[in-house]
Design a protein around this ligand. Structure first.
Ligand SMILES: [Zn+2]
Length: 303
């Protein structure tokens, strides 16, 4: 059996797969965020329970919210107790088996490269557009591992000056410590922000923006076309950086047909003339892709 653990800022899920990657079981707990020994014992308990249930010692991969640096240290604002900790090393000692760890969006990319919507393409980029905007590159079905573990953070390039000027947008501070990050404009909260900015509505939501856009309300059309312009520019720089054959998109925003259908034409004006735009498809495994990718990562340690 191969296990994946998906550690989020709110919930932690374990999913158990057979050797053919069929999911046979999964369950969730609230993530202990403030006490590291409690955090480790909660994760350990989930794995040992899976061992007991299936009478095996399963392989384990962990997908973790935040950055996992080249040393394997977790840098996560969402799970403060794990900050700076070597989670995989600590779990290896406690569970007496090799444990792999990566960032959750990189796990998403790996899952979609291996049997998902990116299967069969030599170079695929998996991009989440949801609460945040991040992703990862896979080459020949394997995750590209970068020096600092940050390759794929396409949402933390700054917004282009020409776009910021065109729409007279404020330059927003990002939770990562930088300013003007694309994620502040292209994530789900980013779409809500842009709708609020143009409509001057307080507490506007992305859902409201899309509803109004579908009713052809002029301000929503303006907000959505600005949104797509920024998203197109961010995907154009992603193409310049990684030049993939396919981009697999996941996350809440990826579910909108308007986004999937108009993304290639939104990328075009921001890319060199004559450059082919990669195939853009929706993720096959949806919300389960992160935990599935974590499981694949863990199983690769045992091969
Ligand atoms: Zn940022």
């Amino acid at each position: 059996m191969i296990y994946g653990l998906d550690v989020g800022g709110t919930k932690t899920e374990i999913a158990i797969f057979d050797r053919n990657l069929n999911k046979v079981d999964s369950w969730r707990i609230a993530t202990p965020k403030l006490n590291y020994p409690l955090f480790l014992s909660a994760l350990t308990d989930m794995v040992l329970e899976a061992d007991r249930k299936f009478d095996v010692v399963g392989s384990l991969g962990v997908g973790m919210v935040g950055v996992i640096d080249s040393m394997g240290r977790s840098l996560s604002a969402n799970v403060p107790c794990a900050n700076g900790k070597l989670i995989a090393d600590d779990l290896t000692k406690l569970l007496q088996r090799p444990v792999a760890i990566s960032n959750d969006t990189r796990c998403f990319a790996l899952s979609e490269a291996a049997g998902g919507a990116g299967e069969g393409y030599a170079r695929m980029f998996g991009a989440i557009i949801g609460t945040g905007a991040a992703g990862g590159l896979c080459v020949n079905g394997e995750l590209y591992k970068s020096a600092n573990g940050i390759a794929g953070e396409y949402g933390h390039h700054p917004i282009g000056a020409h776009i910021q000027q065109k729409y007279k947008l404020p330059i927003l501070s990002c939770g990562c410590g930088l300013v003007g990050c694309l994620e502040k404009y292209i994530s789900g909260p980013g779409l809500a922000y842009l709708y609020g900015f143009f409509s001057e509505k307080e507490n506007a939501t992305a859902h409201e923006c899309i509803e109004a856009y579908r009713k052809k309300e002029p301000i929503a059309i303006k907000a959505f076309s600005c949104y797509m312009d920024i998203l197109g520019s961010s995907f154009a720089s992603l193409v310049m950086d990684y030049d993939p054959d396919v981009i697999v998109i996941g996350g809440g925003i990826s579910q909108l047909d308007e986004v999937l259908l108009t993304l290639p034409s939104a990328i075009r004006p921001h890319l060199f003339r004559g450059v082919n735009i990669p195939v853009i498809v929706r993720a096959k495994f949806g919300d389960s892709s992160g935990v599935r990718g974590a499981a694949i990562l863990g199983s690769q340690l045992c091969n």
